[in-house]
Design a protein around this ligand. Sequence first.
Ligand code: 5GP
Length: 206
Amino acid sequence: MVHGPGLLFVVSGPSGAGKDTLVDALRARMPRLRYSVSATTRDPRPGEKEGEHYFFLSRQEFERRREEAGFLEWREYNNHLYGTPRDYVMSTLAEGYDLMMKPEVNGALAIKQAFNDAVLIFLLPDKFSHLRERLLARRTETNEEIARRLEIAHNEVQYIRSFDYIVINEQQRSEEAVRDLEAILHAERFRIHRYGDDTLHKVEHS
Ligand code: 5GP
């Protein structure tokens, strides 16, 4: 019954909370859900693919696109630039597809400014100490980088009240967190304000 622009879901939260794994699992369960691939100037990690995990750009190329207003939002995180390409988001929503993205917290807030209707989900581990354990376990960052990411994480949590939902990713129980995310996505579709006046009018007078 609901047609019109797709819904925009923003999953954010500190590095190490499990955003990547949970969003991958969610996409496998919801094949119609589109995903916005970000651009970054950081180097690919082993196994990361161009155009799938990120668009890996030189700083010069990133800045060029930024100047052309090619990003809906962008941020410097840990000495690298990250940005959400504008065109894909606009065309996907206009075609009526639901779209997910997973920027860091400031990026999520910038998206909310641009799209008041965006649904912001804050993902947290059950214990803050698990962030460090997860970052150590994935062995992709140096100890210094991990320390910087944890410092950023402490700041990010202060913005939690600007979000619509909180999902806790408990260790060893990430299946539950995926189900929680799925429940949020489903429930959001049924909110009254998502229905156009015409549809509501028909409901009232049927
Ligand atoms: P990572 O280097 O671990 O892939 O990402 C570092 C941080 O940048 C993560 O918190 C990730 O969510 C965030 N990030 C990824 N893409 C974007 C983006 O397009 N915009 C913003 N603001 N943050 C992003």
